[in-house]
Design a protein around this ligand. Structure first.
Ligand code: PLP
Length: 403
């Protein structure tokens, strides 16, 4: 049906959503680990990236861990979440934001999204506190590298004496009022997963200004050994520390963070320009207050330009309609041309695993904000290595969907 429409040929090599971009120094640091035989969870690379993270992000302590999810788990433990503890969480996000709450037996209560930055809605959050004034922990993600409404969220949390855990996994390098994300909560996390803005192939970090907290995470993440001549344990331990080999990759990547952000920003701008005239908008941010890292470029289709699209749990149907399209059609067509897009994170309150959890919106409406953005939005190919020509073709493909 769509192949070779109007003479557009499929991409010879796949255009990825966001793939690792290596530069050379990474392998040197990995080699250093190998040649010095620091092939475990101790070594120069780890020390160095913890120092660099503190310097770049502007926090006092960084603990390198095996993943962003592990970092979130440690943050949730630090926050004192236990069996039955209610925790307010971002709703439209990757499930790794909220799963660690459940690891500790906590109960996520999902807070709806706002349209201005696609992050946690502070008004819905305030409403949630009216319903559950005793909640003391809020987990906030910055979606696709766009900082959320931090001032407003902080204000609400302060009023109720709740602490913030920032999930800055997608937003490393993004700033709000000139300050880096990953510094606004009491315990914050970043990720070096393979598709993030910089990567170690895997990995993550817990960030905090609280020395005692950082020390606890160092201990917990290395099996909670007590200071004794033998393996002495008073607390539950985890094997969550980052490998010095992985840290070598991260170490080599750090000096390219700015460059990656610039590339991603260029990609975002090209989409914004190239998609003008179509009934779509790019994922928005507060231009006065924040500078995203532009990790993924996303777009939202105007309601009036949506063709019929019905999604069940695991399947989708849509109808081809003139001058209209939908995320499912665009993703399918992109895929046929060998380009990778992705649906918006399906909101947690719509996930079978979390469907019975409480979900709080700004107001009772038939369609909440998260559901709406999931329905009408998608992530576009946003790989650093995508050429101008490739991106132009991606834009042409999207245009064809609306013909
Ligand atoms: C990637 C990601 C994580 C988890 O990071 P891992 O390093 O893959 O464990 C958590 N939250 C969000 C929002 C993410 O995008």
């Amino acid at each position: 049906m769509f192949t070779n429409r109007n003479g557009i040929e499929p991409f010879e090599s796949k255009v990825w959503l966001s793939s690792p971009t290596m530069h050379g120094p990474e392998i040197e640091y990995v080699k250093d680990a190998y040649e010095t035989n620091w092939m475990s969870t101790v070594g120069r690379n780890i020390n160095e990236i913890e120092r660099m993270a503190c310097e770049v992000i502007g926090c006092n302590y960084a603990v390198a861990l095996s993943s962003g999810t592990a970092a979130l788990h440690m943050a949730v433990k630090l926050a004192g979440v236990k069996t039955g503890t209610k925790v307010f969480c971002s709703d439209m996000t990757f499930d790794a934001t909220v799963n660690p709450v459940v690891y500790e037996g906590g109960i996520p209560i999902f807070i709806d999204t706002e349209y201005d930055t696609w992050n946690m809605d502070p008004i819905a959050l305030a409403r949630a506190f009216e319903l559950y004034p005793d909640v003391k922990v809020v987990v906030v993600a910055h979606l696709y590298g766009v900082p959320g409404k931090i001032d407003e969220i902080k204000k609400v949390c302060e009023r109720y004496g709740a602490i913030i855990i920032e999930d800055a996994a997608e937003s490393l390098g993004a700033t709000y009022k000139g300050v880096q994300t990953g510094t606004f909560g009491k315990y914050n996390t970043i990720s070096y997963n393979g598709n993030k803005i910089i990567t170690g192939s895997t990995g993550g970090m817990l960030l905090t200004d609280d020395k005692a907290a950082a020390d606890k995470v160092r201990k917990w993440s290395t099996q909670s050994r007590e200071n004794a001549p033998w393996y002495q344990h008073e607390e539950l331990g985890y094997n969550y520390r980052m490998s010095n080999v992985v840290a070598g990759i991260v170490r080599g990547q750090y000096s390219y963070l700015k460059e990656h952000i610039e590339q991603k920003k260029t990609i975002y701008r090209r989409y914004k320009e190239g998609l003008q005239g179509l009934p779509v908008r790019m994922n928005p941010f507060d231009e006065a207050k924040s500078e995203p890292n532009y990790w993924l470029s996303c777009m939202l289709i105007d309601e009036a330009a949506m063709c019929r699209q019905v999604r069940s749990d695991c399947e989708v149907l849509y109808s081809r309609e003139r001058h209209k399209s939908c995320p499912s059609e665009i993703l399918e067509v992109l895929n046929r041309y060998n380009a990778e897009g992705r649906p918006i994170w399906k909101p947690m309150h719509m996930q079978p695993i979390y469907r019975t959890n409480r979900f709080v919106c700004r107001e009772e409406k038939e369609i909440d904000v998260g559901r709406d953005i999931f329905h009408r939005g998608l992530c576009l190919p946003s790989d650093n290595k995508m050429t101008i020509e490739q991106q132009k073709q991606v834009i042409e493909i999207i245009k064809k969907c609306f013909e």
